[in-house]
Write a protein that binds this ligand. Structure first.
Ligand SMILES: NC(=O)C1=CN([C@@H]2O[C@H](COP(=O)(O)OP(=O)(O)OC[C@H]3O[C@@H](n4cnc5c(N)ncnc54)[C@H](OP(=O)(O)O)[C@@H]3O)[C@@H](O)[C@H]2O)C=CC1
Ligand SMILES: C[C@H]1O[C@H](OP(=O)(O)OP(=O)(O)OC[C@H]2O[C@@H](n3cnc4c(=O)[nH]c(N)nc43)[C@H](O)[C@@H]2O)[C@@H](O)[C@@H](O)C1=O
Length: 320
């Protein structure tokens, strides 16, 4: 019989891509619940769900997610909801005999001024970026929770809980909210609306100088499935019990000004691009060292220009 796999957050950008990836590989025994059907911050409901379902594997892609403005404006929601979701899912997975779990963290776990590119060893070596510190603290707790359960129960209970740290993601299923989204969906919407309105100028938040590394979501899903299925001896050989997370990046980064030009090209907007330095820049740079994952045999496939074209096509479909 096929293993029974739960994708937490299957309606989100990454969770839906993981579901498509697994379906394409022939997996049919996939369990999902919408947020309305199962609120993962509700401990009793999560306990009941795991007791009923008897799962083999869990992809934990449900989280409270947003861009720099949302993180800065709703810090209480970001720390509370993320800690609750991951505590409930990881703990109930353990209690109900789930052997394999993959936790999705974020590149914002690393110090604001970490040496670039940021290797896994940079974790907990310095101050975090203030705009997303509460979210980052929750994500660090998730990594440490997986590691702690492995250390205490790995041998006795045969569990193997892993963590991947995605860089900034984009693609089909993204959140295109004008204020609360990440930069790529925000700019796709802004340039698209400016093109339709023949607006002479589009304003980009911040100075345009921060650098970001962008990964297309289907690459992230492929990396998640790859890491989940790595042989334990190989995974253990490339990680350490208290340094077990794996970075997932594209390999190179761009400035926000360069990104804005690339998005305007993808959308076909021909007006002026200007910057509003009164808006926060966030981290100056978050370029990940993905050498650990590359040595394990995985590399990103979708470049930024192609990924932006695909994201814009999906955005146009989504808005009808
Ligand atoms: N997008 C990015 O750039 C990055 C994402 N990540 C991480 O990747 C993972 C997936 O992110 P992404 O797909 O972009 O996020 P999305 O917001 O697209 O998806 C998250 C999903 O989780 C669900 N969810 C949130 N809270 C709950 C809850 N209490 N109970 C049940 N379901 C819930 C959401 O449902 P609903 O919408 O109904 O609330 C949504 O479907 C997250 O862990 C995120 O932190 C890491 C780095 C970058
Ligand atoms: C993935 C990551 O996402 C968040 O961090 P972030 O990397 O700062 O992500 P962002 O996409 O929101 O911004 C990237 C850069 O882009 C600039 N920028 C310009 N114009 C817009 C704009 O219109 N919207 C947004 N959001 N940013 C803009 C913005 O000022 C910043 O310099 C974390 O909180 C955390 O959640 C996390 O892990």
């Amino acid at each position: 019989m096929q293993k029974k796999i739960y994708i937490a957050g299957h309606r989100g950008m990454v969770g839906s891509s993981i579901e498509r990836n697994l379906q394409a590989k022939g997996f049919t025994n996939i369990v999902t619940r919408t947020h309305a059907e199962l609120d993962l911050t509700d401990q009793a409901a999560v306990q009941k769900f795991f007791a009923q379902e008897k799962l083999d594997e869990v992809y934990l892609a449900a989280a409270k997610v947003g861009g720099i403005h949302a993180n800065n404006t709703f810090p209480a929601e970001f720390i509370y909801q993320n800690l609750m979701v991951q505590n409930n899912v990881i703990h109930q997975a353990f209690v109900h005999g789930v052997k394999k779990l993959l936790f999705l963290g974020s590149s914002c776990i690393y110090p604001k001024l970490a040496p670039q590119p940021m290797a896994e060893e940079a974790l907990l070596t310095g101050q975090l970026e203030p705009t997303n510190e509460p979210y980052a603290i929750a994500k660090i707790a998730g990594i440490k929770m997986c590691e702690s359960y492995n250390r205490q129960y790995g041998e006795t209970h045969g569990i193997d809980y892993r963590s991947v740290m995605p860089t900034n993601l984009y693609g089909p299923g993204d959140n295109y909210h004008p204020e609360n989204s990440h930069v790529i969906p925000a700019l796709i919407r802004r340039f698209h609306e400016a093109k339709l309105a023949n607006a002479p100028e589009v304003v980009i938040w911040g100075t345009g100088t921060p650098r970001r590394e962008f990964l297309f979501v289907d690459d992230m899903a492929a990396a998640s499935v790859f890491v989940m299925n790595l042989d334990k001896a190989i995974y253990d050989q490339h990680t350490q019990p208290m340094q077990s997370h794996i970075n997932v990046g594209f390999g190179s980064d761009v400035t926000i000004a360069e990104l804005a030009k690339a998005v305007s090209d993808a959308v076909g907007y021909q007006g002026k691009i200007s910057f509003d330095p009164s808006k926060p820049d966030g981290s100056p740079r978050k370029w990940m060292d993905s050498g650990r994952l590359n040595r394990l045999g995985w590399n990103a496939q979708v470049g930024l220009a192609e990924g932006l074209n695909r994201a814009y096509a999906e955005f146009q479909q989504a808005i009808g």
